[in-house]
Design a protein around this ligand. Structure first.
Ligand code: MGD
Ligand code: MGD
Ligand code: SF4
Ligand code: MO
Length: 897
């Protein structure tokens, strides 16, 4: 069978994926993972293999480690497979009428603004379009917002402010054609790895391509850049203001471009002078040497082919819109925009962050890049949708929306494809908000998330591989996600659930779609409706696709107006912008002071992503190999800060402020600046005791975009003393002894729980805790060395293994799990957790080929002195390349020491 072509469901790079299917899994295998009631109605999932689509213009065959592991996530374990209402299994008919009735009752009693949808950049465009149409067009409230508020809303606001439209001007190819790439607030090597690989390949071909990383941390991305500017957190506005002042002072401005295609420059230039913007001011604010900054500025001014990529280090800040606007304005002032190899490039995070913006998923947008505050746009959309109940004004932005739930103003919410209890700031308040809400509906494809635990109605969504629709990536490229698996059990597409509820609310005519293709046609037609070049977003050439055309749709970059069916690589090349005057707007985006710690909360907490996990781990957490790179949450901290706190690497630390607290291990990291710490966002109450970083983050947002300032949170840190550390390996999740910390993950058929505790339980206590009929025990108690070990067998088969000691146990996990599964060695040998001859338990570096640090260090010592040589010798870095920055780090360390 030919490969099925689809698109990766993770990041905004939007890689093409080729899928091939093998034999369906044996039914007995499926039955083992499904709830008993389901056995009558399941469909079988076939064995899936994935590789990069050679022809897809986003990746040309590459995939990163997450994309390469997609096949691990298509199984039916942990799937939500049937609707539930108030904790009981329900038919779809009952669940849908309950959603409709509770929605209608709330509207009848409290008005349309008492209900809300909270959706996601992980919905397909077709799902998103329907959700927005139902809420804004027919329910008549604009209380629909999305997790893109936490992600892209700053970039949206800056684009609209400066360009007049939410347009990303460039394309990926620009990154390969540039002479200078500035990565600001982006850890691209880990977060947009395939684009990063494309840049590194371009650099190999054209070594003069210079890469600058601007990030307070020395990240994996910074490791392989030409220069790293370790900026004071939140001071990016000063850096770019200084660049503008430098360009003015040294007359590097693009005078002709400014005169012909922009407005407001003179006012901005005098505002710059009035506030004394200068190299010295920028250097003081950003914590950089003047000479370093002036070299950087000179380099930018001399490189017409400059691309500035910005991401969450810019967007997630209290002055995000000003900072992003400052970047866009520098490109305008220097004329580096809309040209081959030049532009400001906001990388999108989620697979369909861009598509969500197209359909108007934010509470202050309408649809097809129109504004809800614009009466003409409201009139146009009302006529197109044939409705007279269109929302009259903007709705509440995410953080305000949840606050309105907490205060009783919003009483019904439908959450779709997002896990806000983990991802919104001030998680404890979000918990209160959902608990206070009369009705919480959650659509998800997995059966347990922190948010699902608070749902009154749970709706099973079809997942990647089962869904059919489109997504738009960072370079405005629309690609098809195609279904290659049948929908299991009762899972349904999100658009279908929305339309069924709409019909029950009385809007049958407006929501009677034959399928995803019909929704897409309507979306494309709306974008072209009375457009005539007035709005950037135009899919006119796609408005009449047949179902077969839609199935065969090749990736294409919008705008795709009727006269340009091949789409558009770049915007603004002709100097035309989408403001009323057609000129780009300079504004005075004056920089604001960066956030600092206080006497009570002296550390500044930064948060973000790690290489192998996706957000709240509901999917990547199911892939054993993705859990091997970094298996536990951590707080990264400079070694000198750690020493000053009297703590050591891997020690349990308490991080707290007035919003909440976390307890995770310290990770000593010389790439951190003193006074700053970093925590990953991936762990939640579903898989760790106290690792929810968002419980610490203040609900403070950018005043224009409403995007939370996730990157700068003042906290206090102190070390905790643990008497024991342990590992519990069990067939099923078990309750754990008195502990300070636990973290759970799955490997093969086993649950692995890492533990730390204050007082070591006795063997008797453990046996009591984990006793069950017919269970036999082998134990080893060494009180002198404070070491406890227990194994339990059911009918001679090992079912749990536990080791606790004062130090962190060094286990050879693959060996142990294999030995437990095979029941192949004696209890005495098992007790050590390692094969008798010893083994490599050092950090895993290459997830694809499971290569560990020790093996790499040996290869380096044996003469492998380059990434290529290491690859040839160990295979590390030869599949997806995501670990190449780490390989470079090891090589550099070996060379210097
Ligand atoms: N592996 C992986 N990849 C992902 C995701 C994932 O969950 N896992 N999620 C996707 C999504 S939705 C998104 S939005 C993107 C995010 O992609 P990125 O924005 O690249 O990722 P982050 O880790 O959030 O943050 C980027 C960097 O901003 C830096 N930073 C913090 N404060 C500042 C500051 O004040 N100034 C500057 N200049 N930098 C600062 C942080 O140290 C961090 O290294 O990743 C996408 N890709
Ligand atoms: N502290 C801190 N917090 C952050 C950030 C940060 O940097 N720091 N970054 C923010 C950013 S940029 C983002 S994008 C958010 C992400 O945060 P979330 O969106 O909350 O995280 P996900 O885990 O991606 O949640 C997606 C959910 O949708 C489910 N799902 C997947 N596919 C489908 C589908 O097709 N249909 C349905 N109905 N469900 C589906 C998944 O199982 C999962 O439960 O986090 C934000 N929060
Ligand atoms: S870079 Fe990785 S996560 Fe992003 S789309 Fe490509 S394969 Fe998926
Ligand atoms: Mo994001």
């Amino acid at each position: 069978m030919a490969d099925m072509l689809t698109t990766c469901p993770y990041c905004g790079v939007g890689c093409g994926v080729a899928v091939s299917l093998g034999e369906p899994a044996a039914v007995s295998e499926l039955l083992a993972v499904l709830p008993p009631l389901e056995s009558d109605s399941i469909s079988q999932h076939a064995a899936v293999t994935v590789h990069g689509d050679d022809k897809h213009p986003a990746n040309y065959g590459r995939l990163c480690v997450k994309g390469s592991a997609l096949a691990d996530t298509t199984g039916l374990e942990r799937r939500l497979l049937y609707p539930q209402v108030d904790g009981l299994r329900a038919s779809w008919a009952h669940a849908l009428s309950q959603v409709a009735q509770r929605l209608q009752d709330t509207i009848d009693n409290y008005g349309p603004d008492s209900v809300a949808f909270y959706v996601s950049g992980q919905l397909l465009t077709e799902d998103y379009y329907v959700a927005n149409k139902l809420m804004k067009g027919f329910i008549g409230s604009a209380n629909i917002d999305t997790n893109s508020r936490l992600c892209m809303s700053t970039a949206v606001a800056a684009h609209k402010q400066i360009f007049g439209s939410d347009s990303v001007p460039g394309c990926y190819e620009d990154l390969e054609l540039a002479d200078l790439i500035i990565l600001v607030g982006s850890n691209m090597a880990w977060t947009h790895p395939v684009i990063y690989q494309r840049i590194i390949a371009a650099k190999k071909a054209r070594p003069h391509l210079h890469i600058v990383v601007i990030d307070p941390r020395r990240t994996a991305t910074a490791e392989s850049a030409d220069s790293h500017l370790a900026i004071t957190p939140g001071s990016d506005g000063f850096l770019f203001d200084g660049l503008l002042a430098y360009a003015i002072k040294h007359d590097h401005l693009a005078h002709d471009f400014i005169a012909a295609h922009t407005e407001g420059f003179a006012a901005l230039a005098s505002a710059c002078t009035a506030r004394n913007a200068s190299l010295a001011v920028a250097a003081a604010a950003t914590g950089m040497d003047e000479s370093v900054l002036s070299d950087f500025y000179a380099m930018v001014c001399a490189a017409p082919k400059t691309v500035t990529v910005f991401s969450q280090g810019i967007n997630q800040s209290a002055a995000g819109v000003d900072n992003a606007s400052a970047i866009l304005q520098c490109h305008l002032a220097l004329g580096h925009i809309g040209q081959v190899g030049a532009g400001a490039f906001s990388m999108t995070g989620q697979p369909n962050a861009m598509g969500g913006r197209e359909v108007g998923g934010l509470a202050n947008q309408l649809a097809a890049h129109m504004d809800i505050g614009n009466a003409e746009h409201r009139d146009l959309v009302s006529r197109f949708w044939q409705t007279d109940t269109l929302a009259p004004r903007a709705g509440l932005k995410a953080v305000d929306m949840f606050e309105a739930m907490a205060s009783g103003k919003i009483r019904f919410v439908w959450i779709m494809a997002t896990n806000p209890l983990v991802s919104l700031p001030d998680a404890n308040r979000v918990h209160e908000a959902l608990a206070a809400c009369d009705c919480v509906v959650v659509s998800d494809c997995v059966d347990d998330t922190d948010t699902l635990r608070l749902a009154d109605i749970r709706l099973p969504a079809s997942g990647w591989g089962e869904k059919d629709g489109t997504v738009t990536n960072s370079e405005r490229r629309i690609s098809r996600q195609r279904a290659f698996l049948t929908m299991p059990s009762e899972a349904k597409p999100d658009w279908w659930a929305l339309c069924e509820v709409a019909k029950r609310l009385g809007y049958s005519k407006a929501f009677d779609y034959s399928g995803a293709a019909a929704i897409f046609r309507e979306h494309a037609a709306l974008s072209a409706f009375e457009n005539q070049g007035r709005r950037d977003f135009d899919l006119g050439a796609l408005a009449a696709l047949t179902d077969a055309d839609y199935d065969a749709l090749e990736p294409v970059q919008w705008p795709v107006p009727i006269e340009r069916p091949e789409g558009s690589k770049r915007l603004f090349s002709d100097g035309h912008f989408f403001t009323p005057t057609g000129r780009a707007r300079f504004i005075d985006a004056h920089p604001s002071a960066a956030k600092a710690g206080s006497a009570t909360y002296p550390f500044l907490l930064n948060s973000g992503r790690i290489r192998d996990q996706w957000h709240t781990m509901t999917r990547t957490g199911r892939s054993p190999r993705l859990l091997n790179h970094i298996a536990e949450p951590f707080v990264a901290i400079h070694p000198d800060d750690l020493a000053e706190l009297g703590a050591q690497d891997a020690q349990l630390m308490r991080i707290h402020n007035r919003f909440g607290r976390c307890q995770v291990r310290a990770l000593s990291d010389a790439g951190m600046t003193r006074g700053q710490v970093f925590m990953p966002i991936h762990w939640s109450a579903s898989n760790a005791s106290q690792a929810l970083v968002s419980s610490l983050v203040a609900p403070q947002c950018d005043p224009i975009s409403g995007q939370p300032a996730f990157k700068q949170t003042p906290v206090a840190i102190s070390p905790l003393k643990s008497q024991w550390q342990g590992l519990l390996v069990s067939r099923v999740p078990l309750s754990v002894p008195e502990h300070q910390y636990w973290c759970r993950r799955e490997q093969a058929d086993w649950q692995l729980t890492t533990l730390m505790g204050a007082s070591l339980p006795s063997i008797e206590e453990l046996m009591q805790l984990w006793q069950s009929p017919g269970r036999s025990w082998a134990s080893l108690d060494e009180p002198l060395v404070q070491r406890h070990h227990v194994i339990a067998y059911d009918h001679g088969r090992p079912v749990l293994w536990f080791l606790a000691q004062s130090e962190r146990p060094q286990i050879d996990e693959p060996w142990l799990l294999d030995a437990l599964t095979q029941n192949s060695v004696t209890a005495r040998v098992l007790a050590t957790g390692r094969p008798p001859g010893g083994s490599d338990t050092s950090a895993l570096v290459c997830s694809c080929h499971q290569v560990r640090e020790q093996r790499l260090l040996m290869a380096i010592a044996d003469g492998s002195r380059s990434v290529e040589a290491l690859g040839a010798c160990t295979r590390a870095g030869t599949n997806c390349g995501s670990c190449i920055p780490e390989l470079k780090g090891l090589l550099a360390k070996a060379a210097s020491g």
